[in-house]
Design a binder for this molecule. Structure first.
Ligand SMILES: NC(=O)c1ccc[n+]([C@@H]2O[C@H](COP(=O)([O-])OP(=O)(O)OC[C@H]3O[C@@H](n4cnc5c(N)ncnc54)[C@H](OP(=O)(O)O)[C@@H]3O)[C@@H](O)[C@H]2O)c1
Length: 335
């Protein structure tokens, strides 16, 4: 199962909103096949593992390990449970039951009804941790919310309002590559109005391999200039605000009493399993105060600014940290 999980992790960042799944086939204590779900819409891990076995006759005496319950419904690919039954694989070992309502135990029931010996719950915590965004999407009916910001050594994330000349760069290019990796793993990225206007960010994945997330921007008073990068054609943009003509974006009429929840619900209906919130301070603080976040990543740089927009306040101990060049990356969990 450890091998399944490390195979599964190879698919990051190509499969979201699908889960990361790896599968291993063992015959007489020897691995004879393995595979993983390489990209959204591509064959599932069990299909890849079965296909990789050279002598298909061995399957009827083998054990198939997989970190997520085999599917039982026809989606973009045929049901994996049927394939396992067809090859008469006698034993299946699973880490996690699939929370997706189309599966949710039906895959396991199908295998058991066919006389297959099924074991579940093997390395289930590790499996949940790997697919935390997928589990959050289906269990909490909202995307996994990942907050991210960079702050100076004296606690600022932005220059003072009237300072338009100084460099806004806080972290290094090495850290920029890391944060673009987070973008590639996210289905959507959200920023507030001030950040959109002042920084004119592109919010695309340029320094890492992977897809561009949907750019979600709060603009309740239609203040962002139409010439800003957010409206270019490099990625989709969703404006939370009134509809306006002449810009390349879709719109969500804001529910001002329930803004964050309504945005999260909308993204859930679009199948976005991870939302990266990149700032600024006001927006990040709202997610923190509403406890509507799952993970926060802060980058503590060495530069000192003496003044500016203060970083959000997070009353948590970091659960993990590492160095990226001269920057320190701190990771927090909201549970
Ligand atoms: N270091 C980093 O990682 C990082 C990342 C991003 C941004 N930044 C910096 O952060 C600074 C901007 O931060 P900020 O806190 O001033 O602004 P912000 O969070 O980017 O945007 C705040 C504005 O968004 C709108 N907004 C936010 N929540 C809203 C809600 N619930 N309902 C309606 N409107 C809402 C409001 O605009 P209106 O008041 O106009 O309606 C609000 O003033 C910039 O200097 C930027 O460079 C730093």
């Amino acid at each position: 199962m450890k091998r399944c999980l490390s195979l599964a992790a190879k698919s990051k960042p190509h499969v979201h909103p699908n889960p990361m799944v790896g599968s291993v086939i063992v015959y007489e204590d020897r691995i004879i096949g393995e595979g993983f779900h390489t990209a959204y819409g591509q064959p599932h891990a069990e299909v890849e593992a079965i296909r990789s076995v050279q002598d298909a006759n061995l399957l009827k005496n083998s054990i198939l390990y997989v970190n997520l319950e085999p599917c039982s419904h026809v989606g973009k690919t045929p049901p994996c449970a049927d394939l396992i039954i067809k090859h008469r694989i006698p034993r299946v070992v699973i880490a996690n039951t699939d929370p997706h309502e189309k599966v949710a135990g039906k895959g396991i029931a199908k295998l058991m009804n066919a006389g297959i010996d099924v074991t579940t719950g093997v390395l289930s915590q590790e499996g949940r941790a790997l697919n935390r965004a997928f589990f959050t999407l289906h269990e909490k009916k909202r995307p996994y919310v990942l907050l991210k910001w960079a702050e100076t050594s004296d606690g600022f994330i932005g220059r003072p309002k009237d300072d338009t000349t100084s460099s806004r760069q806080i972290s290094t290019s090495l850290t920029a590559r890391y944060t673009h990796q987070l973008r590639a793993e996210s289905g959507a990225i959200l920023v507030g109005t001030t950040t959109a206007i002042r920084d004119n960010p592109g919010l695309t994945t340029r320094h890492a391999e992977g897809r561009n997330p949907i750019r979600v921007v709060l603009d309740l008073k239609s203040q962002i200039p139409a010439s800003h990068q957010l409206f270019n054609t490099e990625a989709d943009t969703l404006i939370i605000g009134p509809k306006r003509e002449g810009v390349n974006a879709s719109f969500l009429e804001p529910d001002t009493d329930n803004l964050l929840q309504s945005v999260l619900h909308h993204l859930y209906t679009k199948g976005v399993s991870q939302l990266l919130v990149e700032g600024g301070a006001k927006v990040l603080q709202q997610f923190i105060d509403a406890s509507l976040w799952d993970e926060a990543i802060t980058i503590k740089a060495q530069v000192k600014w003496n003044a500016g927009v203060e970083a959000p306040k997070l009353a948590k101990q970091a659960m993990n940290s590492f160095s990226l060049g001269s920057d320190q990356v701190l990771m927090y969990r909201n549970s």
